[in-house]
Write a protein that binds this ligand. Structure first.
Ligand code: ATP
Length: 208
């Protein structure tokens, strides 16, 4: 479960944001829609406490993230949050498998090769596990990025414009995979996007 209350943020006096309260239960999906520049990425970064709000709270489960120290926030993020970025960021020197295992390492958990292989099979990239990530197509990289986000069975999955550069067919696929994964592990799924196509798939929505 993720809930925010009265979140505000500013990059400076002329760039201030006051965000609507959102609530997303376990196994539910929430779409955050907004045009370019309305603060979608800023909001997502506040939800992940990659940015600190000026005021307000971000509660995940029983924990108010705004009350944690920086070190506690980083540890909480690695264990309880899975983030899918618009453009996947991988460690290029590592194989696909090792990029997945890195999520375990960063969360201070034992490396779970079985889970990595299971996810690769479910998401259809088993053949690519030994390759470097730059050898994969964009769609394959997107699926690896979803797998990496759910490696630690997070409580919340945050996705930033996961479909903006995809055609209709792949958009449908990526959203279905995100929803399937969040349902399987009982996570809340929050997707931030300007992609109006997602309105058909995720009914709960908030506009920025
Ligand atoms: N580091 C920063 N310093 C100052 N202003 C910033 C910074 N990052 C973003 N902004 C501004 O804040 C506003 C919101 O940016 P943000 O990236 O959150 O929007 P967005 O809705 O995700 O946009 P897009 O859909 O184009 O990615 C923009 O006007 C942007 O120029």
């Amino acid at each position: 479960m993720l809930a925010t209350k009265q979140l505000t943020f500013e990059y400076g006096p002329s760039k201030q944001f006051s965000f609507p309260d959102v609530h997303c239960a376990n196994r539910e999906s929430l779409l955050i829609l907004g045009q370019s520049g309305t603060g979608k990425t800023t909001f997502l970064h506040l939800l992940a406490l990659l940015l600190r709000p000026k005021s307000g709270s971000v509660v995940i489960g029983q924990t108010d993230l705004t009350q944690l120290s920086s070190a506690e926030t980083a540890a909480f993020r690695a264990k309880h949050l899975g983030i899918v970025y618009q453009k996947p960021h991988f460690v290029s020197a590592l194989s696909v498998l090792d990029n997945l295992l890195l999520a375990n390492y960063l969360a201070n958990k034992p490396q779970d090769k079985n889970r990595a292989r299971e996810l690769a099979a479910q998401l259809g990239f088993s053949e690519q596990l030994g390759k470097k990530t730059h050898q994969l197509s964009q769609g394959e990289q997107q699926r690896v990025s979803i797998a990496r986000a759910v490696m630690n069975q997070p409580d919340v999955i945050l996705a930033d414009e996961p479909t903006s550069s995809l055609d209709d067919e792949n958009t449908g696929r990526v959203v279905t995979l995100l929803r399937e994964q969040s349902e399987q592990i009982g996570a809340s799924l929050i997707v931030v996007t300007h992609d109006q196509r997602l309105k058909d798939v995720i009914q709960n929505r908030v506009a920025l």
